[in-house]
Every structure is written in structure tokens, then in C-alpha cells.
Design a protein around this ligand. Structure first.
Ligand code: BES
Ligand code: MN
Ligand code: MN
Length: 462
């Protein structure tokens, strides 16, 4: 057993208990009722950075939830790693589908996590993964193994689109100056198949409102004679995909990066079992854009999905009514070169243009961001790859993810540095869903792997 392994063995229970304490605070950024809990979490993160060995830590106020910043500068001649993560979490609802309360963490064994997993909102996304960095840093400091400078920027608004992080980064370019950005907020293929995320999709998120008559109407007296906003909205949404599941918005695909045959063949080498995939989701068939595989559909192709739709009567029993308004929340996942603001405009124009006479349509953009692709020949990627080899005994597979961390492209633009995405979660960890969890194996393996990244990155930077 090497030094880091024995350190983890010795402190394992404390590492788990500290994470559990952090998971007990409901830091739901989207819901203003939890504002104080979000702040409490920021303070807990600040304290943890201080205790782990940062020599400067602060809570930076924003127009929304604060950003926790910490650093340990040992020698300005050495490289600097900037760690980004988020301490905010998604809302826990639907709460009745949780097997244990979302903010009362419990450890349970599962088929995929025979060593146990911590069940709680934020366990994997992103408190657990963020906290691996704090504990890896604690190890490096207390064992004289920190080879370079570290800066931490842990935000509290990632799950609501990071509205205040962009301005913070722009106003603090010097303070955040770094040689590489390191993030654990993605996943890997399986516990015995390590992978490194090489790409993220962009995002455009909009809300639409369709208004028909100026008040709710009796569906017998008026039904059939006026446009029903719920019917119309359903029809409009259905028309956004054609029979091949291509998106019908004019211009939507104009800038989409097309991968070469070779790149697609390379992607197809990643282990994937369609039967297991369907079984895990209890579906008879997969569904998506014609001409692409499941892994292509969820990583290198853009999408349009309704995330929520409502209008009319949804209470108990039946009520005969034609609602005055109908609504939907729609997300579009974007791929490299698609500009999210341009796509938002294209959507707005198209969606407004397909509305029949008799209804009014309003489109409100929420948030968005560009996609990101990281080169695999950079020293950052090489260092990450060697780190996984050291702890998993296997070369990690580069893999593009379908998820989004919109701020990553802004980091590149403002800070001129590349991001390395060392994620240790699994797709089955149920992030954003009821019963979110994070494997103890994954948590501890992350803590073990991260110090190697620092070591190899510093060595390769020479
Ligand atoms: N950590 C996720 C993103 C993610 C998860 C990327 C798994 C790759 C693999 C992040 O917290 C997230 O949920 N992002 C949102 C976008 C954000 C603007 C709300 C997303 O992808 O829906
Ligand atoms: Mn996240
Ligand atoms: Mn998330």
C-alpha cells in the first residue's frame, strides 16, 4: 500500500462523515426558500478549504449565491491548477419517489456499488465530486506532496446556469490566472472502465407561453370554436421534429460539427451494451435521430427536449375547461460551433412563426452556454490519463459527454486555459433524479487519483 492509499484508509470514515455533513444542508440554488442553506453550505466549504490547508480563503458575494474562493500559492514559478466545482444542488422533487429523505444521507449497497453508495441530493452532482478535491488537497498538504499552486473556485449557482460566475471571472482574471482548470462534475463509463470526458454539449433553455382566449372557457360552450392553447402547444411542439427525428427549425444544423468516419469509428470502440442500457431504463427500444447510434445521439448530436409542460386543469377528477394559457420549458443541447444565442434566436423566430392565428406566443430565454471539446494531446490530458493509469491500472478512454457545464467555454475565452474533466460519477448514479447517489469506491478513488494529476501535470510542465 502506498502513502496515499494508507492515508485514505486511515481517514476514510472521516472523509465519508464530512461529506455526509455537507450533504445534509439543502443548498438548492433554484429555490429562494433555501437561500440561507445555500449560504451555510458556502461557509462549510470555506471552512473545509481552510482546514485542508489553503492559506487564503474568502466568500465572494455576487448578485446571487456566493462563490467560495481559496488558494495555496507555494511558488509563483510553479504551475497553478484551478479547481472548479459547485456546492449547489438540484431541487429534490418529486420527493415521494425517494427511498430515503434527500437531505438525510444514508449508505446503501447496490448491484453497481457493492462497497456502498451515499444516497442524498448532491452526493454525486457535485458535492461529493467537489469534496474529493478538498480531501486530495488535504492529503497533499499534510504529507508534503503538493507539487504546485492550487486555486479553488466553488460556486453556488451552477444548477441555475451560473448567472453571476461569468462577470466574476471577467472581473478577476488575474486572481484566477492558472495553467489548467480541473473539474470533477462529469462521469465515467464504469468502475472498471475509467474514462475521461473530452467534450460537453452546449445548451439553450427557453420557456414558451401560448395564449388563446383572454379567460378560461367552458369546453362545451366554446370547444371547437376557438384555438385551445394546450392543443396548439402540443401540435407546435410535435412539429419541431420530423419523421427522422431531425429538428425542423430552419438553420438549426447549419453550424453543427460533423464528425469524420474515423472519429465516429473511434467513438464506437468505447464499451457499450445496448441491451443493458434498455434493461436499466426498462424500455423496449431506444429512440432518436435516424442515422446515429445511441452514444452519438447523446453526445455529438444536438437535441430538443421538452422538460416540462403544463396548462389547464391538472387537479383531482375532471373539469371541463379550455385554458387561456399553456406553457412549456424546452432545452436544446448543442454541439461545438453552434452558438447558443443564435440558436435561441432561431428557435424564437421559428416557434413564433408556426403559431396559428388565434393564439399569441411568447418565448422567454432562460440560460445557455456553448459546448466544449478538449484536445487529448495537451499536457493536461496526458497528466490526467497517467493519473488514471496509476490508480485504475488501465488507460482511460476519452469520451464526449452529453451533459453541459456552460461555464467551461467561458473559462477558455476569459482565462485562456483548457479544462480537464476528471469525473468519477456513473450515469446510473441518478443525478438530478430521486435517489441520487455516489459510490464510496468512486469517492475514494477520486481522492486517490487527483494527487497524481498534480504530480504529472507539474512534471510534464517542466
Ligand atoms: N454536472 C452536471 C453536468 C454533467 C453531468 C455533465 C454529467 C456531464 C456528465 C451539471 O451540474 C448540470 O447538471 N448541468 C446542467 C446545465 C446547467 C446550465 C443547469 C445540465 O447539463 O443540464
Ligand atoms: Mn454538476
Ligand atoms: Mn447538475
Amino acid at each position: 500500500m502506498n502513502q496515499i492509499q494508507s492515508y485514505i484508509k486511515e481517514h476514510k470514515n472521516r472523509f465519508i462523515n464530512e461529506l455526509i455533513e455537507l450533504l445534509k444542508i439543502p443548498s438548492i440554488s433554484a429555490d429562494s426558500n433555501y437561500k440561507i442553506d445555500v449560504l451555510k453550505t458556502a461557509e462549510a466549504v470555506k471552512n473545509s478549504l481552510e482546514n485542508a490547508g489553503c492559506n487564503h480563503v474568502e466568500i465572494c458575494q455576487t448578485n446571487g449565491h456566493p462563490i467560495v474562493y481559496g488558494e495555496k500559492i507555494i511558488d509563483t514559478g510553479l504551475p497553478t491548477v484551478l479547481v472548479y466545482g459547485h456546492y449547489d444542488v438540484q431541487p429534490a422533487d418529486p420527493i415521494n419517489l425517494w427511498n430515503s429523505p434527500p437531505f438525510e444521507p444514508v449508505i446503501k449497497k447496490t448491484d453497481i456499488h457493492p462497497e456502498g453508495a451515499i444516497f442524498a441530493r448532491g452526493a454525486c452532482d457535485d458535492k461529493g465530486q467537489m469534496y474529493m478535491h478538498v480531501k486530495a488537497f488535504e492529503y497533499m498538504v499534510s504529507n508534503n506532496q503538493l507539487p504546485c499552486n492550487v486555486k479553488f473556485m466553488i460556486e453556488g449557482e451552477e444548477e441555475v446556469g451560473s448567472p453571476n460566475l461569468g462577470p466574476f471571472v471577467k472581473n478577476n482574471r488575474d486572481k484566477l490566472k492558472n495553467d489548467v482548470i480541473l473539474i470533477s462534475d462529469t462521469g465515467m463509463i464504469a468502475n472498471d472502465i475509467p474514462s475521461i470526458t473530452t467534450g460537453l454539449r452546449g445548451l439553450s433553455y427557453v420557456e414558451v407561453e401560448v395564449t388563446g382566449p383572454n379567460r378560461d372557457l367552458h369546453s362545451g360552450l366554446y370547444g371547437g370554436a376557438v384555438a385551445n392553447p394546450v392543443n396548439i402547444l402540443a401540435k407546435m411542439i410535435a412539429s419541431l421534429h420530423d419523421e427522422n427525428n431531425h429538428i425542423t427549425i430552419p438553420g438549426f444544423y447549419d453550424k453543427v460539427e460533423e464528425l469524420s468516419k474515423e472519429e465516429r469509428a473511434e467513438m464506437a470502440k468505447a464499451p457499450f451494451n445496448l441491451e443493458n442500457y434498455k434493461k436499466a431504463l426498462d424500455i423496449e427500444a431506444v429512440y432518436g435521430e435516424a442515422g446515429y447510434t445511441t452514444n452519438e445521439r447523446n453526445a455529438i448530436r444536438p437535441t430538443l427536449d421538452v422538460n416540462g409542460i403544463w396548462g389547464g386543469y391538472i387537479g383531482e377528477g375532471a373539469k371541463t375547461v379550455i385554458a387561456s394559457k399553456a406553457y412549456a420549458k424546452i432545452s436544446m443541447r448543442l454541439v461545438p460551433h453552434q452558438d447558443w444565442k443564435e440558436i435561441t434566436d432561431l428557435f424564437t423566430k421559428h416557434f413564433t412563426s408556426i403559431a396559428p392565428k388565434g393564439v399569441k406566443v411568447k418565448v422567454t430565454p432562460h440560460h445557455g452556454g456553448h459546448g466544449y471539446v478538449t484536445p487529448i494531446d495537451s499536457i493536461g490530458f496526458q497528466a490526467a490519463s497517467k493519473a488514471y493509469e496509476a490508480t485504475f491500472g488501465k488507460t482511460p478512454i476519452p469520451q464526449r459527454s452529453g451533459g453541459s457545464i456552460p461555464i467551461v467555454s467561458l473559462f477558455e475565452q476569459e482565462l485562456k486555459s483548457k479544462t480537464i474533466l476528471m469525473g468519477f460519477g456513473l450515469d446510473s448514479d441518478a443525478i438530478h433524479s430521486p435517489n441520487e447517489h455516489f459510490g464510496i469506491f468512486n469517492y475514494l478513488k477520486g481522492i486517490e487519483t487527483i494527487p497524481y494529476f498534480y504530480k504529472y501535470f507539474t512534471e510534464l510542465s517542466k
